[in-house]
Design a protein. Structure first.
Length: 126
């Protein structure tokens, strides 16, 4: 195993839960690496896209820690011609939060009439 890849995997093990590592990172391999870029490849697009959306920050952190400098981290698919860089794989925007539900109306469907302040005696009210 490549020493760089061994360091990346060791770092990922500290960043992820064991089951996440086993499912999503164990199938990955080191692609090409140079002084500016490091490519990590997965067996198929499904793996790559899931990792991109859920663990990209951990992969980038692990690669940069293993390399010892700030490099571009590419997520690719084994056998694919073009890896996915941080600028070429869009992360879908999060869905907007659902609006708060309207308060329930009492039976009869109308809101109760406003109540007078409790400091005024009932015999002084109109």
């Amino acid at each position: 195993m490549d020493p760089l890849w061994h360091r990346v995997l060791a770092e990922l093990k500290t960043l992820l839960r064991p089951e996440e590592f086993d499912i999503w990172m164990a199938p990955a391999e080191l692609g090409r690496a140079d002084s500016n870029q490091v490519e990590v490849v997965w067996p198929n697009r499904y793996y790559r896209d899931w990792v991109n959306g859920n663990h990209r920050a951990a992969v980038e952190q692990a690669v940069r820690a293993a390399v010892g400098c700030d490099v571009e981290v590419l997520l690719g698919v084994a056998g694919a011609a073009t890896p996915a860089s941080s600028s070429s794989v869009p992360v879908p925007p999060a869905a907007p939060p659902a609006p708060a539900p309207a308060p329930a109306l009492p039976p009869g469907g109308r809101e109760p009439a406003p109540q007078p302040p409790s400091s005024i005696p009932d015999d002084k009210l109109f």
